[in-house]
Write a new protein. Sequence first.
Length: 200
Amino acid sequence: MKESIGRKTRFVECRESRGLGVGGSLAQKATISESGRQVVAVAMGPGKRHITKPVCEITYELREQGIETSVIVINAGSGVPADAPDVSTSSLFGLDQIEIDRIQQFKVVLIHLGNVKNHITYKARLILRNVDMPAIIVCQAPVDFEDFAKIGVKTRVVMPKKGNVGTKGEIKEIITGVVRGTTISQAKLDEIVMKIKKWA
């Protein structure tokens, strides 16, 4: 009988450019670090409003639990989509075709978002308009399935009204209370792992 002691080795085909100090050394925008094809964590990119430390900790925990997890950092991760009702920022959120193609290669997409309710729902809608796969939302603000269904996002619990479906992908799980820029609690990590395992 063989027993393994200590850490497990994971191979990560990593980023196209060097990491930044802010956000726990997550790569700069428009980069991907690949480790298998199970789960892709989508990050909005490092910056004052998008402290990405939880993405690194979530990815590390998922890999420790044997879930192959890659990370993609969106090129245009700041702001909100052009069709959001509160377009008040100087930048617009969007996806490049290469990002859509990369995300679509995985089984499950974990989307890490922030603390502004409208930003969370409309960013998730834009991503899921373009990728047809199950999604897990991780964010700081308290949101629920109804918030997404109201704007046409398909969810496991609540579906949009007939004729108002605006996404290919579907939200399967939501984890709230994950604060940007602070160490994520083990309880939240356990919740994320449990919910990812259901769909990966």
